[in-house]
Design a protein around this ligand. Sequence first.
Ligand code: SAH
Ligand code: SF4
Ligand code: F3S
Length: 455
Amino acid sequence: MSKHVYIKTFGCQMNERDSEIMVQLLSQSGYIAVGEQTDADLVILNTCSIRAKAEQKVFSMLGMLRKQKKKQPDLRIAVAGCVAQQEGEQIFHRMPHVDIVVGTQQLYQLPEMLGRLERQETTREISCDLDKEFTIPPFQRLLEEAPAPGQAQPAEFRKFVTIMQGCNNYCSYCVVPKTRGREISRPVADILEEVQLLIARGIKEITLLGQNVNSYGCTNAVVEDPTGFADLLKMVAEIPGVQRLRFTTSNPQDLSTELMQCFRELPNLCPQFHLPVQAGSNAVLKKMHRKYTREIYLEKVAELRSYCPDIAICTDVIVGFPGETEKDFAQTMDLLETVRFHGSYSFKYSDRPHTRSADFNDKVAEEVKGERLQRFQRRQDTISLERNQEFLGKTVEVMVESSSPSKARGRTRTNHIVHFTSPTDLLPGDIVLVTVTHAGEHSLQGEPVITESSL
Ligand code: SAH
Ligand code: SF4
Ligand code: F3S
């Protein structure tokens, strides 16, 4: 009889990709993914620790699972991801009903760990030592033999491909170097092989993932040839069938001209860039240990736009970093006015364990952070609306994400969501030309012009 796994993913796209890998690896041990935790024999929480709130969510869900395990004693609970990496053994002390703690480099071992528990060779499993010599296994070969994922899955047309993990930047507020370890790049051949396999399976859009893709290949021995990120991007773009190519995330400090020029040269590279600035004040950037100034950031934005005038630039901002004065914050607001980001993710600064800024003594009061966040988000919403209004009357290429007989939803090459009335039965991944008739803060609406089949 097949067993059921429910996986709850917190955090970033890298965790989403890791969750997919875990589900696929487990499918080889007879597990089928289910959408409800109450139907599961195994619950995996793939966790995030980027802010205190993300970590609290994990522990409150573990608290709820304690009740389920009382009613269902053979339920197995696994904690994976960044909280698992950060807390290790402590998770068993705080939450004794947890069976498995698996770190960010060990997810590939999950089937064996589970096997030992099922055969009752052990009562608990933990593996979460960060290894400097770690290499990301060429798991695509494993997956090639895996049975197709459950039929319930919607047709897939886009995938994330991890090209590196870890980070060597040590921004003073950030847990990622601790939870993901040192930066490790995957060999070029593995990445290209994985993309080719995905395209052969009908995938049309690829997003390359890393905590700082711009330093791909620079810092470890695994990638022996000096392939930089721009070269890798060109190689992936040349693979026939890659209709849309994206990547995330980039630290502005390593953003090269060669990479920026790719937006002019590679037709399938989508004109969209997530370029986290974090703050607009040089004093704050310095304390954050970001190795660029606001002037350098603005120069990079101008250079990007010179190669690709319509590029949609989004950012991340932290408000209320320790020592941030009203004047510093005004610099962040001013930067928002200057760049006019298409969108942004903004957060209140949160103290994280083992980070340098957690020990800074000039913390900003919670209500001040809240007020600054609100001010920033309000202004961003207005700018996003104005940016979206620039699309009014234009015809854009939309890749369909979902559709019902009358309504469909998809994304532009700039990654804007578009709702439109669907002419015929559209499938996820189909390309439709849509004329934009309405612009909101968070999405566009339009009418289809021509479908791929009628071109
Ligand atoms: N590697 C990316 C960021 C990954 S973390 C980069 O360097 O830009 C995602 C975002 O979470 C960050 O950009 C930052 O805005 C936010 N973040 C990270 N640590 C935080 C903290 N301690 N408090 C609040 N926000 C934080
Ligand atoms: Fe964190 Fe900085 Fe690395 Fe981004 S570059 S993951 S913010 S340490
Ligand atoms: Fe969170 Fe870890 Fe990603 S801390 S943002 S899941 S790298």
